[in-house]
Every structure is written in C-alpha cells, then in structure tokens.
Write a protein that binds this ligand. Structure first.
Ligand code: ADP
Ligand code: MG
Length: 332
C-alpha cells in the first residue's frame, strides 16, 4: 500500500434498516477517507448516523441493507463473507466503544481475553499470547500488568477498563482503529488521559484513527480532519483548524455556537440547536437541516433549500453540503 493511498476509503455508503414503519435510511451517500497516521473526527448530534457508519465499516450490521463501497487498504469489504470479515476485524481494524463492559466477557480474566484475541488472529501459543497480553496491558498504562491480567473486568474502574479495550484493540497491531464515543462515560480528567493514550499510539504506530463523538471539544483535541454528519449525511469536511476557524455549513456553525465556553464538563449530548433532528423514515427532498437553518434569507432561498439536495462534493479541500455556504469566516 502506498503512503498516499488511504487506509480506509468509504464511497456512497448507504445503510438502510427495514422497520415495521418502513425503511429507515440511517446513513445516506456518505463518503470519506482516513490516512495512515491521521485521525478523522466524525462529529454530529445523537442519531446522525455515526455509530451506524462505524458498525458498517466493521461489518457488524445484520439485517441492514448496505450499498456503496468500503475499502480497507484497497480491498473491498462490502460483499465479503462473514468469515473473511471476521479475519479482518480485530486483525486489520479494531474498534472501541463507549461501554467497555459490553465487549468484555464477565467470566474471563482480562488477560485471558486479550490472549485469546491474539491467539485467534496470530495462531500464537498460549504462553506467547499470555505474555503479549501482559505486555499490552503495560503499554496502555495499567500498573502491575502481570497481576491485573488475572483480574476480571468488574475489578477495573471505567477508565482502566477503557485502557483494557485499547490493549485488546492494539494487541493485533491493526491499521485502523475506530473509537466510538470512547470517553463519553468518563469524567473529564480520565477522558483526557484516554484521548492522550489513543493519540500517542496513533503517532507511535502510524495508526489511522476514526474518532466518533458528539463533542467538538474532543474533535479539537485529537482530530486532524473532521467530517460533520447530519441526518445520516456528510455536511462538511475540513482539516480541523479550518473547520473551527471557518465553519462553512450553518449546522457546523450551530454546533460550534453550542460549545460550552468556560468549562467542558457538560456531558449531555448537544441539544441546544433549536428544532429536532430530521426524520429518517420520510426524508425531505431538499436539505435535511433546512427546517432548523437560520441561513435562508428569503422565500426564494428557502424554497431552494427545501427542494434541492445539497451534496458534499470533492475528496479534498473544504466542501460543505450547503447551497449558501459561509466560506471566509464567521459572518452573522
Ligand atoms: P449516532 O450518531 O448517535 O451514533 P446512530 O448511528 O446510532 O446515531 O443511529 C442513527 C439512526 O439510525 C438512529 O436515530 C436510528 O433511527 C437509526 N437506527 C440505528 N440502528 C437501527 C436499527 N437497528 N434499526 C432501525 N433503525 C436504526
Ligand atoms: Mg452513537
């Protein structure tokens, strides 16, 4: 794989769930790339399709219809057998979640679980796998790793458990790490430590990271590039500094306006943007943000926003899916 080839390339991804009330299109026409040694922050309100996207990349959806392309290191993942996907998952790409307890088995020690993971993917001996597990626990900053490897998940604090998950994710040396709200359940100090740990590994190992969060504060800390999602679609994409300095999409601007300014201990999902998220059952023909958007200046503009879907074009630069993007700084 050449240095410039993305580790992950997602094109025109659409994920639809059949429901009794009709198909729910949770992700629609989404595209992005993640490169070696870079962190892509995916940000958006609760329900914008972030987790559905990450589960689609990991091949973890059952019963959803998935179209478009998901390529890992140039290899197409959509349409792969469950067996091939299982091999890649864990080995080439790994994921950590908000709640580590949901992915750890309560009846096995953390050392056993990490070792088993290593054995499955590398075919290593029990002894080697056990040694690697202890090393991995040490690498993620767990004191006395040999002793702690013999303990069970419930004996770890929330932050330590998330470190265990990171050890589990990294023990197979994946190329891509997806972190879905990994610090949302943690207090501010622990949150900072976990983000730092992920950032350190990504630098040391040249990992490609997707950091999924509803919190622009997290994005500001760790992301190199940002994709903003709204109603299952990408609405703006830019390098992190550009996004904060010159948010072009009215939704991104609203998100930035809702950032707490003095103290970021507020863990509530962002709910301060007036209005409610769009319906995924009966999507509007135009821009999903139009009903909440302050931008349309008159009836003519509004009619265009409501009827014509703005697209997020171009793989590079600073695209915004808006008919009236505000490039060039924060105008009122
Ligand atoms: P978030 O951005 O908060 O991670 P999700 O990706 O979890 O949002 O979900 C986006 C939307 O997809 C949800 O609001 C829900 O309507 C829909 N959705 C997710 N999973 C399912 C499912 N299994 N069946 C039906 N709809 C789903
Ligand atoms: Mg989510």
């Amino acid at each position: 794989m050449s240095a410039r080839e993305p580790v992950l390339s997602v094109r025109e991804l659409t994920v639809t769930f059949p429901t009794p009330r009709g198909p729910v299109r949770a992700v629609d026409g989404l595209g992005f790339e993640v490169h070696r040694g870079r962190t892509l922050g995916i940000v958006g309100e609760s329900g914008s399709g972030k987790s559905v996207t990450s589960l689609a990349v990991m091949g973890l959806h059952t019963g959803a219809s998935i179209t478009g392309s998901i390529a890992l290191g140039g290899r197409e993942l959509t349409g792969l057998s469950q067996r091939d996907l299982n091999r890649l998952r864990g080995r080439k790409m790994a994921m950590i979640f908000q709640d580590p307890l949901s992915s750890l088995h309560p009846y096995y020690t953390v050392g056993e679980q990490i070792a088993e993971h290593h054995r499955v993917h590398f075919g290593s001996s029990r002894r080697t796998a056990r040694e690697r597990a202890v090393e991995a626990l040490g690498e993620v900053g767990i004191p006395e790793p040999r002793r702690r490897a013999r303990e069970y998940p419930h004996q770890f604090s929330g932050g330590m458990r998330q470190r265990v998950m990171i050890a589990m994710a990294l023990v197979c040396e994946p190329e891509l790490l997806i972190a879905d709200e990994p610090t949302t359940a943690l207090d501010v100090t622990v949150q900072a430590q976990i983000l730092e740990l992920i950032a350190r590994f990504q630098e040391e190992r040249g990992l490609a990271v997707i950091m999924i969060t509803h919190d622009l504060g997290v994005v500001a800390r760790v992301a190199h590039d940002v994709l903003v999602m709204y109603g299952g679609r990408g609405v703006e994409r830019a390098p992190v500094d550009t996004l904060f300095a010159e948010p072009a999409h009215p939704y991104t601007r609203a998100l930035l306006d809702s950032l707490p300014r003095l103290d970021d201990s507020d863990k509530e999902p962002l709910r301060v943007i007036p209005g409610s998220p769009p319906s995924l059952l009966t999507p509007a023909p135009g821009c999903a943000f139009a009903p909440r958007c302050p931008r349309p200046a008159d009836a003519e503009e509004l009619s265009r926003c409501e009827s014509e879907l703005p697209l997020l074009d171009g793989p590079t630069g600073h695209p915004a899916a808006c008919h009236f993007p505000a490039y060039g700084g924060m105008a009122p």
